[in-house]
Design a protein around this ligand. Sequence first.
Ligand code: KE4
Length: 426
Amino acid sequence: MTSNADLFARAQQVIPGGVNSPVRAFRSVGGTPRFFTRGAGARVWDIEDKSYLDYVGSWGPLIAGHAHPKVIDAVVRAASKGLSFGAPTEAEVEIAERLCRLTPSLEQARLVSSGTEATMSAIRLARGYTGRNLLVKFEGCYHGHSDSLLVKAGSGLLTFGNPSSGGVPKEIARCTCALPYNDVESLEKFFRAQGDEVAALIVEPIAGNMNLVIPDAEFLESARSLTQKHGAILIFDEVMTGFRVGISSAQGLFGITPDLSTFGKVIGGGMPLAAFGGRRNIMEKISPQGSVYQAGTLSGNPVAVAAGLATLEIIEEPGFYEVLSARAKLLCEGLNRAAQRQNLPFCAQSIGGMFGLYFMPAVPRSFADVLCADTTAFRQFFHAMLDAGHYFAPSAFEAGFVSAAHSEDDLSATLTAAERVFAELS
Ligand code: KE4
């Protein structure tokens, strides 16, 4: 039988870092990534046929659980009729109609194949619509890997961004300003100085890429009022939060209407499908109707759309989010109680079907807070839980996810394992 280690050594010969997306390489937790062979419900199996309760769910898409019969059936039926046409299909109209029905801020939507494409396109659209260049993002938020978004804060609040990755030209980074997340005062100060130059402000309305950070309502309300006042486009990046924190996503939870939104993950149910959308008078600027070019060979791919439609039908079932939220809450409350019994500086919180685990005394409210977490303790927790058959995100700076397939018995098994691990850590 091939081992994970053997396969990882082989992979590193032909794939950079042995993985097709960096976080999978376990660099921040150390050790050998698990090469999965199959998933069913709340579980995945690796190449050594070891099974794990999965709290990553492919980083969010698997909200219905792995290989959900309805999703697999829809994918098989679509695939049996052909994989791709590069021409419009009825299913694309159906999913766009469903996205617009479920998300009142969407009057039109364009389908793409990844969250990166969705945010990159939404930013280009906002720049084309406003005729401005400046983009505002927030430290700790991740919106995919397009050049304008791989930018970190400059030396001072009102200075331009610097590239956070090799290969990003300084000239492009200068068009992006990275401000502190959940900091109203900084946001107001920036807009007072440069608000009329801003094309768009893009934000994770609930952050999940610095671990879970739930902002104050006032922060998002300020983003909404300041962009409105200065004629800038407010983009809610709901690639992770979309249909994850509730049927109306984060914008519904907070009652804030963005100008544009991006979606991914859940709407594809595990297949390459994402979308951007918003007000009709903005979306009409997109080619072929308008002057802002955007395209994709596999955009709206019928097999991916079939998986997405089946998933969106499942999440619309009565009581879906009540159960999902209750399961995530049960996990976090159980972890908090177990850590308290060991007097460990640990806390956990959830919102909808996503959660954050923090080796620190209180839940973080900012990127600076998150950086104070004990990453060594997280690393020890991660590997001890992995060895016990419970797979959490291999980074202290990622959110976790439960699915509708996680039963109370599954969560109880995870909490029993965590009790033992916390005792070892204390
Ligand atoms: P993709 O290009 O990976 O489909 O989506 C980019 C993206 C955009 N916006 C938000 C809010 C996101 O969370 C993401 C991707 N999330 C990461 C998880 N932290 C994907 C995992 C990975 O990079 O391998």
